[in-house]
Write a protein that binds this ligand. Structure first.
Ligand SMILES: [Cu+2]
Length: 124
């Protein structure tokens, strides 16, 4: 009996791992909105991950990322942009504005404090 359960657990785990790595998770891309004074702003909701997962910013236009964390877990409490040395606390149910440098084009990943959840900022 113990063996059967072990095998079943192993199969479920393998299935989950395959799904996690090979299934294309829904990729949503959202462009930042222009605000007054030639700036751009985009809102990212943090709730079991980042939504939208990918935001697109226009190069050279000062940008603000507005994070709103609804998720109560401490896992998503910090947001880290390793390329920019940004490591910010996101207070729950509050908007946290983070200025983002758009002087260089490229794709910049960010993650939660434990590097488990990921999002992306595309500057072009
Ligand atoms: Cu985490």
């Amino acid at each position: 009996m113990g063996k059967v359960i072990t095998v079943i657990v192993a199969i479920v785990l393998i299935g989950f791992i395959l799904w996690w790595f090979f299934d294309k998770h829904e990729q949503v891309e959202v462009k930042a909105k222009k605000t007054g004074g030639n700036e751009q702003e985009v809102k990212i909701t943090v709730d079991g991950g980042y939504s939208p997962e990918t935001v697109v910013l226009q190069k050279g236009v000062p940008a603000t990322l507005v994070f709103e964390r609804k998720d109560p877990s401490s896992c998503l409490e910090r947001v880290v942009f390793s390329d920019f040395g940004i490591n910010e606390l996101l207070p729950q149910n509050e908007e946290k504005k983070i200025k983002f440098d758009t002087s260089k084009a490229g794709e910049f990943g960010y993650a939660c404090g434990m590097n488990m959840f990921h999002g992306k900022v595309v500057v072009k």
